[in-house]
Design a protein. Structure first.
Length: 130
């Protein structure tokens, strides 16, 4: 899987399809529809359209196996989420992470586990950057 293609703008619906594909691939469109339908109803034609869009955007590819298409992601979940997080922080918070975390803290949206994970990340960063 390539990790140099975190460029495409992906809609929320496309992301849901891609998210299911990241969990287990390669997968047929029918497999993807079944997994998506565990959360909410999806129409087969809609999923095929979304897969086609993702292929055109260079985020998903497929192999033809007999009479079925087997889809696979071309971008790793980690690469895409990193790109989106960086873009969000850059656009909304002018590249600063502290206001984002402060917003969650001020809304009491951080769990103790979140705080512990943030502390561990900061400690790791300090060790790597001293």
């Amino acid at each position: 899987m390539s990790n140099d293609n975190p460029k495409a703008d992906i809609s929320n619906a496309e992301f849901e399809v891609l998210d299911v594909l990241w969990d287990d691939y390669p997968a047929t469109s029918s497999d993807i529809v079944k997994r998506l339908n565990q959360k909410k109803p999806w129409h087969d034609k809609t999923v095929k359209t979304l897969l086609s869009r993702l292929v055109k955007k260079g985020v998903v590819d497929f192999d033809k196996a007999q009479r079925q298409y087997l889809y696979r992601p071309l971008i790793a979940r980690e690469d895409y989420t990193k790109k989106e997080a960086t873009s969000f922080v850059s656009r909304i918070f002018k590249g600063k992470v502290a206001p984002l975390v402060a917003g969650f803290a001020n809304q009491n949206s951080l769990s103790q586990q979140d705080v512990d994970e943030l502390k561990a990340l900061i400690k790791q960063w300090e060790q790597n950057n001293d």
